[in-house]
Design a protein around this ligand. Structure first.
Ligand SMILES: [Zn+2]
Length: 412
């Protein structure tokens, strides 16, 4: 009799490698997690690490092989007789479709289950047009990715979407997103499932960017802040290796934290002195124009600063200091070991980072800043789409989801 494990049993039976308290309820999903984390392993390794008997390991391994999630690789260095086969994760066994939706364009990707892109494309759109036309453009883009690569659609296991506004992650519904009229409470997964009958995961853009940066550059660091500085300012928080969304999914919304000393600056949200109103792209452009510079938006100021235009350099450095005022509080409160800064304004590079570092190191405690790294985004404009793909594949590879998919014998 085969039956899927339920999520509750699984969560209480987490595997700890080399622990004296070995889980006895490890299913195929937990074994897959071990194989992904540790690289090629033999069946004997799995038995030793989980405490499962050889027959139980064999059953679970067969289930994973049957679903193509793992494959047998070359043997270990031979000792005597036939070398034991090693098991490796087969990232090519499934695909994800990912979209990072911005205000005026979306980046789309078709990736394998390790987040490696098979193909990417950009789609021009306006998120303010509302969900129907935007999601139609994304669906069409996904279809083109599949057609171009010849990838069979039944191998696509999940879809990951990032949007530029607050999202209730559990339902995939945006919640009062300021720059997304018509999207409030709209079920993005329900709409996409009319074309693709697979799980659809949705999160806000900074969370997926944080996921992308963390997974590709900083997996060994458990606590990371990703800060996006563009027209808007927001941050994605990774705590103990996981996205921290907070009680209502609103964690990391630092753009509307008040910066002391700037109470005269009016923010789009109606409040005074918000970080976004004193360090965001729009604020930078306004300040630059007041000084006689030709700057239509934040990117123009950044370009001038990169050319060492003195007034623009000063403005960007000041924006970094204001950002630092707010982040210093987060550094004390969360004690991250890495702060990754991305977004248009971060392209200013050293000018922004100089102001940012100056204030964070001055205002945060010595212990919190000991070993703290403040670095530019490595993925740049691709961070979001990479993170959206990883959000989708992490769902597919979640032990509970794998167990439900491949099933496992009860009581073995
Ligand atoms: Zn505000």
């Amino acid at each position: 009799v085969y039956r899927a494990y339920t999520a509750g049993r699984l969560l209480s039976g987490a595997i700890t490698i080399n622990s004296r308290h070995r889980a006895t309820k490890a299913g195929p999903g937990e074994l897959l997690k071990l194989i992904r984390a540790s690289g090629p392993v033999t069946r004997a390794d799995l038995a030793a690490r989980t405490g499962l008997g050889r027959a139980s390991v064999a059953q679970r391994v067969d289930a994973l092989l049957g679903d193509d999630l793992i494959r047998e690789a070359g043997g270990a260095p031979p000792t005597r007789g036939r070398p034991p086969l090693r098991l490796v994760f087969n990232a090519g066994s499934g695909l994800t479709l990912a979209a990072d939706v911005g205000a005026i364009q979306a980046r789309l990707a078709l990736t394998d289950l390790a987040g490696q892109p098979r193909a990417e494309r950009r789609v021009e759109l306006s998120v303010a047009d509302g969900p129907e036309p935007v999601l139609a453009a994304i669906r069409a883009g996904f279809e083109r990715l599949l057609a171009e690569t010849g990838a069979p659609r039944e191998r696509v296991r999940a879809i990951g979407i990032g949007v530029p506004g607050p999202v209730e992650h559990a339902t995939g519904q945006p919640v009062s997103p300021p720059i997304m009229p018509g999207w409030d409470g709209y079920s993005i997964p329900e709409r996409l499932r009319t074309s693709f009958e697979i799980p659809v995961l949705v999160d806000n853009d900074v969370n997926i960017m944080a996921l992308g940066e963390h997974a590709t550059g900083w997996r060994q660091r458990e606590n990371l802040l990703f800060v996006k500085v563009g027209t808007g300012i927001g941050c994605g928080i990774i705590v103990n290796g996981q996205i921290h969304r907070g009680a209502e999914g609103a964690a990391g919304d630092i753009g509307h934290v008040r910066v002391a000393g700037y109470e005269e600056a009016v923010c789009e949200c109606g409040n005074l002195g918000c970080l976004e109103a004193v360090a965001g792209g729009r604020a930078l452009a306004r300040a630059a124009r007041e000084q006689g510079l030709a700057a239509g938006n934040g990117r123009d100021v950044v370009a001038l600063a990169r050319e060492q235009q003195p007034a623009a350099v000063r403005l960007v450095r000041d924006a970094g200091r204001r950002l630092g005022q707010v982040l210093a509080g987060f550094v004390n409160g969360l004690n991250p070991s890495v702060i990754v800064v991305g977004g248009d304004v971060a392209e200013a590079g050293e000018q922004l980072f100089a102001g940012l570092r100056e204030v964070i190191y001055q205002r945060s405690t010595t212990l919190a800043t000991r070993g703290l790294m403040i670095v530019p985004s490595a993925l740049g404009a691709r961070a979001g789409v990479v993170g959206a793909a990883l959000m989708a594949s992490e769902h597919v590879l979640d032990p509970a989801v794998v167990n439900a998919r491949v099933g496992t014998p009860v009581g073995t």
